[in-house]
Design a binder for this molecule. Sequence first.
Ligand code: WTA
Length: 579
Amino acid sequence: MKGASTNICYNVLDRNVHEKKLGDKVAFYWEGNEPGETTQITYHELLVQVCQFSNVLRKQGIQKGDRVAIYMPMIPELVVAMLACARIGALHSIVFAGFSSESLCERILDSSCSLLITTDAFYRGEKLVNLKELADEALQKCQEKDFPVRCCIVVKHLGRAELGMGDSPSQSPPIKRSCPDVQISWNQGIDLWWHELMQEAGDECEPEWCDAEDPLFILYTSGSTGKPKGVVHTVGGYMLYVATTFKYVFDFHAEDVFWCTADIGWITGHSYVTYGPLANGATSVLFEGIPTYPDVNRLWSIVDKYKVTKFYTAPTAIRLLMKFGDEPVTKHSRASLQVLGTVGEPINPEAWLWYHQVVGAQRCPIVDTFWQTETGGHMLTPLPGATPMKPGSAVFKQPWPGIMRTVYGNHERFETTYFKKFPGYYVTGDGCRRDQDGYYWITGRIDDMLNVSGHLLSTAEVESALVEHEAVAEAAVVGHPHPVKGECLYCFVTLCDGHTFSPKLTEELKKQIREKIGPIATPDYIQNAPGLPKTRSGKIMRRVLRKIAQNDHDLGDTSTVADPSVISHLFSHRCLTIQ
Ligand code: WTA
């Protein structure tokens, strides 16, 4: 593909509008956090907005190859912003809006982003998230580290109603919120309102023609050293791969209504909310809310409302909803559903069977798709209708054009992380078992990574957040089985002299982790550990700690533990309930 030139935004929008005549087709049905708060956007409308915003970015001096950070909830402007970057050849670096200001700052610095796009605030269920405040904190931290970001574009989302503008995403009257409007602070000279810039922007914009191997975006994923890796995907290979996997894995047909519940802040959202469906001219649902707000009917009522045909979600959501029984599902029709998908973590057979029997009424094939941020798109999956299914397994597919090309700014880390262990092979970091029929069963991570609700976290990342607290001398974090999250965090902390373990300290440590990483990394258990099991060379034995957390006395060989007495102490002081 070297030497070919293309533009992914052109392919997913202009080509669909002008060549395929899909201009009037709905690209997204947007469903807000609050039921009744909805809008829809056609391919033509999306193209116009993307061109306008591309012009805005160019006017702000953004050029091909520049990095743009995006920190937004699931609103149509997020799609517009990412496609506009792609149109002008700038790399988007989307940071999930559940990450802390510290994480955002770290990512902005790592790829030296010259501009940030964010939002005033949003609701996640009943929780108000003052995103602008977090964005401000992040930019302040960047400034302190001698990296001033010169421009921050802010979408008025929560305050949208007061704009009274035609471009409000609420075609129906905006919902009156019980919560008072958030006050956001404004940095003169840096902050600019999205809607004001868009009003002045022209709606035609020539795409920047890119080499197939030009970078398209950066997306950070946890790394076992604790420092997130900026995974780089390129225009041509990624485009081909997400378009093809979307088409075949979900057995796409023109009349489908596709719904992937993942946030665009993760790779699943990049590939199967934005690029894959749009490349195929599909209609999708874009959902801002959560499965349990205002109640557990939400997902199935949306399925019925838009007659969703293909539905793609995470095992953690299935396990969460399973707890509420069959009735919230079965009281909805779900007749439109044809294919169900899962992604993000191994699905336990019980959840698979419930998904198949209750949600899919035994007539929908399940595609359990195993893949990674690094792979761009699906790697192992059954094909609907073509592969006899077994609960919890995934079937191998061919190697692929959509593989990441490098770790941003650190190609050596790319080579050592993925290609060193087995020369000539790409290592995912997951264990896998192949059964006698040739099915692959993913058994979980083989490195120091944890998978909490489908989100990868590194133990090192959480441990370093813990030891930054003045009371903590040493910390060790292990994964622990959790009925909904799949895995949760169980932390052992050794305190510095003069500090005592207390519920107040536990709260402080949790807060510390939320601030350093984000709410997804909040531990469920924190145990006081006057000593940790270590080898004689001083290496913490996480294998032993995992067993202690589970009260499993079958420790295997402990002859290498330097001081065995710490083990019995830890067993007798285990955390019995979630804190
Ligand atoms: C895990 C998400 C079992 C795995 C797309 C992988 C899975 C990591 C599955 C990547 C699955 C993802 N079955 N495990 N179907 N899908 N995983 O980068 O550990 O956020 O390496 O990409 O999630 O997570 P990431």
